[in-house]
Design a protein around this ligand. Structure first.
Ligand SMILES: NC(=O)c1ccc[n+]([C@@H]2O[C@H](COP(=O)([O-])OP(=O)(O)OC[C@H]3O[C@@H](n4cnc5c(N)ncnc54)[C@H](O)[C@@H]3O)[C@@H](O)[C@H]2O)c1
Length: 268
């Protein structure tokens, strides 16, 4: 399988190396694309089997059977429909971008193409998917991060919250995932994955906690439904290349590739 990667940052780099070291010859990295050409060139230089550098997204799609998007939420809005229209499959990391283009799911169905969404920086998606085959009463995501992680959030600016004054755990926000996506866009991918796998953005409850004691990004998921009750908690190490990204997110994409390429499909 020929794979093209869009976005040569923290996740793109881990995936490019994984494809070369773990999946060759079942898969090979055919091309790289980044709006910052130097990033694509630098990554290509690190690899033993050098992929081509695509100068346009169309060229990358042309040379790929599967496109991996690990660029940005904005990028997904343009790239995902193009990939599907050109009859390729796509694996999406910037899941929040899919919420703005629900029509892409119909397009994928019509064109018989696949949109793969790895579990990302959280756990329990397999349970949520299985539970959603019956009635789910509630899905709650509690995210706990150091106060400075929320510095760029529109919510903090709008409410005039002084994050430097927080000296104990504070519940900053509690509301629907739909509202959380608007106020805390940096939390968008985890909430988006949960809402797509479960009961939608209006019914998924999100709690955002600022904790000065937290050195990791902690996500807790609680579900209740006809199946029973489930809780999961992940304490994520950030990636050195991009501290906003958890290492587990990159690993989840490698695991998704393993599922796509392998004969045994676990957790899908
Ligand atoms: N699903 C999850 O749980 C999860 C977890 C962490 C990160 N993410 C998302 O995955 C994506 C990648 O994360 P990262 O840590 O590797 O980011 P990063 O900032 O380290 O790298 C992103 C790369 O994409 C490039 N890029 C940006 N816009 C582009 C565009 N329109 N076209 C081509 N290239 C573009 C940038 O130049 C950069 O090299 C981000 O959108 C991030 O929010 C998802």
């Amino acid at each position: 399988m020929k794979i093209g990667i869009v976005g040569c940052g923290a996740i793109g780099k881990v995936l490019a190396h994984a494809i070369e070291e773990k999946f060759y010859p079942r898969a090979h990295l055919s091309s790289l694309y980044d709006i910052d050409l130097i990033k694509a060139e630098n990554l290509a230089r690190e690899l033993k089997r050098r992929p081509r550098i695509a100068l346009t997204i169309n060229k990358l799609i042309w040379h790929s059977h599967l496109v991996i998007e690990c660029a940005s939420v904005e990028a997904v809005k343009n790239i995902a429909p193009q990939v599907i229209k050109q009859n390729r499959d796509i694996l999406v990391m910037s899941v929040g971008g899919l919420l703005n283009i629900p029509e892409v799911f119909e397009l994928a169905q019509k064109n018989k193409r696949k949109i793969y969404i790895p579990s990302g920086a959280i756990g329990g998606i397999d349970v949520l998917r299985a539970a959603s085959m019956a009635k789910i009463n509630s899905v709650t995501l509690t995210t706990r991060k150091a106060p400075r992680s929320f510095a760029d959030s529109p919510y903090i600016k709008e409410k005039g919250i002084d994050l430097s004054k927080i000296d104990g755990e504070v519940l900053l926000f509690e509301g629907s995932a739909e509202e959380a996506l608007k106020w805390f866009p940096q939390n968008i991918n985890v909430s988006a994955t949960l809402t797509l796998a479960g009961i939608g953005a209006q019914h998924t409850l999100v709690r955002i906690v600022a904790s000065p004691f937290s050195t990791r990004n902690i996500h807790e998921i609680e579900l209740e439904g006809n199946f029973g009750k489930f809780t999961a908690r992940v304490e994520n190490f950030p990636m050195p290349e991009n501290p906003k990204t958890s290492y587990l997110a990159a690993l989840s994409a490698i695991a998704a590739l393993e599922n796509i390429l392998g004969n045994v499909k676990i957790g899908t």
